[in-house]
Design a protein around this ligand. Structure first.
Ligand SMILES: [Mg+2]
Length: 424
């Protein structure tokens, strides 16, 4: 299986010290630190697209318990009015990007574009055409069968869900019988015979853990991803991983590593990472686990993993180029603009990204540890409007701790102004 990655703040509005405190020594950037082209764009319009950008987490940064946070609109609309690129980067999901963007645009009062939006499962859209058109995937998690429709919109042609299998054969999980009528409401008929499953994609938090644990385990023990079979290679000590997952079983992907998340309940609730830990435990009990030389072979994406940051950076670069393209089209003939695009696409259009998040263990850890293949420097701002508790010591230290997202934007623009990347 292959996954192809796609390729202001005014001077007068100085920061009041109470808004933030640096937790790292800051290096003052000098003009000479910037590439010459940064200061020598061909037109005023090109110069107006900044060489820095933002990546904002959503929950705890822009919204909380479905409500917009007070200064989220101010922060985003300020950046838009000054042509500063940004994307939204969340471990959430379960709906298609267009729906989430529509909901968020209304909630925040800011016009957002789907190209500015990365959810935990967005990278699944970049699976190869062969994978999407020729193979059968098992999509797990989310409300009802919403994620089936998301997968179809990503281009997956052959999608089945655990509810389809359960509705066709309730004996696969006897203890979920009380939920049978619910599952049947969302079930689609299965092909007969059922083709082998090549990939398991955990799109979102599973709702029926018992059913999903059972079916994923069945597939990982199967011969070639064919439900109802059992590989004869399992527990073969002559093979890697003691023969487990060595017989054409489906590849297993998780889109969100979060063990816990901040829901409406006073204490944190299990997230997709909790489900993964449960599967790891069941898998170890069945196979003997690490003590027996067996691991659960899987891929995990989402913040704080590098995979997701690299995906997000490419989205940001694309978005930044798109903004430049729009500006050029608005000021030149189309031919000239396209010619300029060809030049601009061959060069890096971003030097710095500011990751703004509320979770030290995902937003901040990921931003701090990411090393861009494009040489883009990432810095992190931790806000106090979500998971992080003001005054506590964050496990992963950000470049700065600020009150809210507007403070984070102010801080970053001030850093840029001092470094020469922000002239306003
Ligand atoms: Mg968050």
């Amino acid at each position: 299986m292959s996954l192809t990655l796609p390729t202001q703040f005014s001077r007068s509005a100085r920061l009041a010290p109470r808004y933030y405190h640096d937790v790292r020594p800051r290096t003052r950037l000098t003009i000479s630190a910037f590439p010459a082209r940064c200061l020598q764009t061909s037109t005023d319009q090109e110069r107006s697209i900044t060489r820095f950008a933002f990546a904002f987490d959503i929950d705890g940064v822009l919204v909380r318990s479905s409500d917009a946070l007070p200064r989220a609109h101010k922060a985003l609309s300020h950046l838009q009015s000054h042509h500063v690129p940004f994307i939204l980067l969340t471990n959430g999901g379960g709906k298609h990007e267009t729906q989430r963007v529509h909901d968020l645009s209304e909630k925040l009062g800011v016009s957002l574009d789907v190209e500015m939006f990365v959810q935990s499962h967005t990278p699944f859209a970049n699976f190869s055409p062969e994978e999407k058109e020729d193979k059968t995937v098992l999509v797990v998690g989310g409300d009802g069968d919403n994620c089936r429709h998301v997968a179809h919109r990503y281009g997956f042609k052959n999608v089945i869900m655990p509810c389809d299998i359960f509705a066709a054969d309730p004996t696969v999980m006897p203890f979920s019988s009380a939920q049978l009528s619910v599952h049947k409401r969302h079930a689609q008929p299965l092909l007969d015979p059922l083709p082998p499953i090549s990939t398991i994609l955990v799109f979102n938090d599973p709702r029926d853990w018992a059913l999903d644990l059972q079916l994923i385990t069945d597939l990982l023990l199967s011969k070639g991803g064919q439900l109802g079979t059992l590989s004869t290679l399992n527990n073969n000590t002559d093979l890697p991983n003691r023969g487990y997952q060595q017989d054409g079983q489906p590849q297993l992907w998780f889109s969100n590593p979060d063990l816990l998340w901040a829901a409406k309940h006073p204490l944190p609730r299990f997230g997709q990472g909790g489900f993964r830990e449960a599967l790891e435990g069941v898998w170890a009990a069945i196979t003997g686990g690490p003590q027996n030389g067996v691991s659960l072979q899987k891929r995990v994406i989402g913040k704080p993993y590098r995979f997701t940051y690299e995906f997000a950076e490419k989205k940001l670069l694309s978005h930044s180029r798109g903004m430049k393209r729009s500006t050029l089209l608005g000021t030149k003939s189309e031919d000239d603009a396209i010619s300029s695009n060809e030049d601009s696409d061959s060069i890096k259009t971003l030097d710095r990204v500011y990751m703004v998040g509320d979770n030290p263990e995902s937003d901040i850890k990921g931003g701090n540890e990411y090393r861009s293949p494009m040489g883009v420097k990432w810095r992190t701002a931790l806000v106090e409007t979500g998971v992080y508790v003001a005054g506590s010591e964050p496990k992963y230290k950000p470049s700065v701790i600020v009150g809210d997202v507007w403070d984070a934007v102010q801080w970053a623009l001030e850093e840029e102004r001092k470094g020469g990347g922000w002239q306003q």
